[in-house]
Design a protein. Sequence first.
Length: 509
Amino acid sequence: MSQNLTRRRFISLASVVGSSAALAACAPAATPTAAPKPTEAPKPAATTAPPPTAAPAPTTAPAPTAVPKPTDAPKLALPFPVDDAARNPYKLGAAEVDGQFFAGGFGDDYIKYAAKLMEDVHGANGVKVKVTSLQKVQETLRPRFVGGNPPDVIDNSGAGMFPWADLVNEGQCLDLAELMNSPALDTPGKMFKDTLFPGSQNGGVYDGKQMFVNIAYTVSGIWNSASAFEKAGYKYPKTWKEMLDFCEAIKKEGKMSPWTYQGKYPYYIWGIVWNQLVSKAAGDNALKAIDNLEPNAWKNADVLRATQDLYALWDKGYIMPGTAGLTHRESQAAFLQGKAAFLPCGTWLENEEKTVAPAGFDMVVNPVPGYTDGKGVQEALKADGGEGFFVPAKAKNPKHGMEYLRTILSRSSAKWFAENVNSLMPVANATEGAKISSGTKSAIAAVANSKGANVVFQAADWYSAINKGIEQRMGELMTGKIKPEGFLDEMQKVADKVAKDPEVKKFKR
């Protein structure tokens, strides 16, 4: 069946496998019953300040008071300066912005905080922001796309997200060129695009156009408890051989299992561990060949080596029994309870588990260990933009939607995110003076050590069939139902079918 959706297929589709980004913050989070104060946590976005109370009628009629212009707005109580020229580049008028946002591992307080910032900046213009938190993005919002009345801004994330390629191919995303070339809200003298980490928005570019922006900068790697390792005298392995040797020692010790992972969601293995092993064993050109659907790209000998090394975790009994049946929260709970030494995840982990993590656990993230003779950059890291936000092409208030994106990716918003969500936004100089966690500190250190070398694997984002295939086959590989050679054979078949399908839009890198 073709992956290139017709409009009829798009509006009637009931369930589609999400991209690898879908799980970047996949765990549902309860919507807070009350939103905190702006200096601590945001108030509900739909709640705005009441209009000024009218003064008592004077004995003599005064001259009419002029309505404040946007540039006449009072100074803002924000962490960073806002130039008057950067307050309202889109000339916004009064409107209620309709925002629909996935609430997952990051929660939704940061979304409400950005909404409050936007209202503070544009209060004189009569702008209000209505925040709606949801879980199943596609299921909830598909009827609105069908009816031609989509929201003004959407966080398209989670396991029930719309596949990006389908949204883009059907013309559902607004080109964000105007946003990218707008002045940054609170970085005077800089354009919006110039305040974002290099490469952090590449995933949202299709045919040279910015279709969505990533508001999180996720470092994905292998987590452990720094305090437990220090107490036991353990050192994090520098190579994959050292990792396997360490796992053998942990297994023999018998106090815990070496590894667990989010068994019901194989993405955490192929999208965090396998891709980094392939990058370090075979080099970026091998992953690029896979992305570009080159013949026999999956049959590369070094790709096989990396796949065999990953399979060794199962084959040698290093994975905690029962892992394959666990959800992300269940496996993460086992990790926090000390039942496993290692867990693959992204930097949303700390916030997702902040209410249950033991005091003093001090979780930290490290890159996937590589090889002494690998063909790739051994310091390379999977650190990229995630949690994609977009403005629907048929939104009622598209410029208001863009302004929300400009606000949520401001330094003020990013600093709050770092301090309260324990994760990073891809905004330069946003953590100045911020109080950050052990996990966030380790993520920043890993990024610095990578020297800009990033692991890129896009085929599963670009092609739904490859995403579906690797989810299924990785689950089979990590439970011994298929061997490494069989895994790569099956994935090559899927890739060949995609490459030969004339109705599937192809992408290159």
